[in-house]
Design a protein around this ligand. Structure first.
Ligand code: SF4
Length: 485
């Protein structure tokens, strides 16, 4: 073991606790649809994007005169029922689901954020994380702006407000905010009369644009599955540094700030995104299947069956089976209805561990040598429990194959990773990790193999959590606290 304190940090895998995997920050959804019930469309869109955040949900609507918001902690269908949706009248809507990273959780951090620019009310929703907002917080304080939450999203909203008042143009306010803040952002903003969608100059977090059927309007969503949910036809991805503006005069685009080094999150394809989403021209399901095929070539195993850990491991397991000739089997069943119900797990539940979420099928796996495909290993506890569970169910051997390289570096761009001290691969070598997990063999896809698997319409990916190569400079203070130096 190279680092200190790794085992002391090892956490549980139960719902309601800090999960042993990389977790997505948020989803955004926006719709501009004259004559339509935009809030209901936003609720549909958010439900399709629920996998990107389960802590809170919110919808803001613009009706031509003002902007209203409803948001709360909980899943989309817990926060929005018929009664609530009926109060949100308007043809412009903005939705958000949150998994808390920067700024903690709770109602005050739920989005969209509402603020006023003079007489005009705006609502803002953000996916991503801004790197180091401390100087901008100080600048806002010097401008007499009081922040109501600890979130970086509110900082962005307030800077837009101050700059819009100063210049007299909302677009100029957005453009100046884009120049002042660094990091990952896919932001949707609505006023009473229009919708704006813009993306950081590196294009780190995804944002797609679609057209509603019959020319009835437009929608934007973190993933195309959100567009599909409202019947919108995918038009294109919002480009890095671009501002899309939609209003009564149609859709307009301009470059808010020049695009920088392209660094779209490659982990979206591994785990975060839904398999039916298309990001930058690549179908997530196909990328996962290709990852499995490449992994079979890079890390073959002598085995009887290939299993995928649901959900993200399944397409990759199919790919591994195709390339290796070893049959695929459904040997692990996932309980799809485990939410955040168990807020305070008891010790007995703690011991049940992973079985609340995943359960093996002994009739399929007993006596068999298994290749098990999973998306990633962060702390290693989930993988350890998974292997124990498969062996208890009678597996003769477990050969674990991972479709991402070793996670050795924290993410500063909207994904909930901790300091390096909590990442098993930053602290143990491959054999030590295998021994901790207790599998018969362990292998990860190579970084080259992962890049080869993702056939997007560009080659500029962020892979910093594997390589330590951050596209946005990380301030010294953050580097130190995350254990980078
Ligand atoms: S560091 Fe990893 S998880 Fe974070 S944006 Fe980059 S590739 Fe994605």
């Amino acid at each position: 073991m190279r680092g200190k304190g790794w085992e002391a940090m090892a956490g549980s895998v139960l719902p309601g606790e800090r999960p042993d995997r990389l977790e997505e920050a948020c989803a955004v959804f926006g719709v501009y649809a004259p004559g339509e019930d935009a809030a209901r469309m936003a609720a549909f869109g958010l439900q399709a994007l629920q996998h990107r955040g389960q802590e809170s949900a919110g919808i803001a609507v613009g009706d031509g005169e003002t902007v209203m918001v409803h948001k709360d902690t909980g899943l989309v269908d817990q926060v929005f029922d018929e009664e609530v949706l009926a109060t949100l009248e308007g043809h412009i809507a903005l939705g958000h689901t949150r998994y808390s990273t920067a700024g903690g959780g709770g109602w005050t951090s739920a989005q969209p954020h509402i603020s006023a620019i003079g007489d005009e009310v705006i609502a803002v929703a953000h996916n991503g994380t801004l790197v180091d907002t401390k100087p901008q917080r100080a600048w806002l304080a010097s401008q007499g702006v009081q922040l109501h939450s600890n979130t970086d999203s509110e900082v962005a909203a307030q800077i837009i407000g101050v700059e819009t008042l100063r210049t007299g143009h909302l677009r100029e306010g957005i453009r100046l905010m884009m120049g002042k803040l660094h990091g990952a952002y896919a932001i949707v903003l609505i006023t009473a009369e229009g919708l704006y969608a813009f993306r950081d100059p590196n294009g780190i977090r995804p944002l797609s644009l679609g057209e509603l059927p019959g020319g009835r309007g437009w929608a934007v969503a973190s993933e195309t599955c959100g567009l599909d949910a409202v019947g919108a036809r995918f038009l294109r991805d919002v480009q890095p540094g671009e501002i899309v503006r939609i209003g009564a005069d149609g859709l307009h685009s301009e470059q808010g700030i020049p695009a920088g080094r392209r660094a779209s999150c490659i982990f979206e394809y591994v785990y975060f995104a839904r398999p039916d989403s298309v990001i930058d021209g690549e179908v997530v399901y196909e990328a996962r299947r290709r990852m499995g095929r490449i992994l079979a070539r890079e890390a073959p195993a002598e085995a009887d069956l290939v299993l995928g850990v649901p959900d993200s491991g399944v397409p990759a397991a199919l790919g591994y089976a195709e390339a290796s000739g070893i049959p695929y089997a459904d040997g692990i069943v996932k309980n799809r209805y485990v939410g955040r119900t168990f807020i305070q797990p008891t010790q007995a539940m703690r011991e049940m561990g992973i079985r609340i979420k995943l359960n093996p099928l002994p009739s399929v796996i007993a006596g068999k040598r298994l290749v098990v495909i999973d998306d990633s290993i962060v702390r290693g506890n989930t993988s350890k429990k998974l292997v124990e569970m498969l062996k208890q169910a009678g597996a003769a051997e477990v050969h674990l194959r991972i479709v991402s390289p070793e996670v050795r570096w924290p993410c500063f761009f909207g994904i909930d990773t901790d300091t390096r001290s909590q990442l098993i691969s930053a602290n143990k070598d491959l054999e030590e990790t295998r021994a901790f997990i207790g599998c018969n063999s362990l292998a990860f896809i190579s970084l080259e193999g992962l890049h080869q698997a993702v056939q997007a319409d560009h080659r500029g990916f962020c892979d910093a959590c594997f390589s330590g190569d951050y596209a946005v400079p990380i301030p010294d203070r953050l580097r130190r606290s995350a254990g980078l130096e």
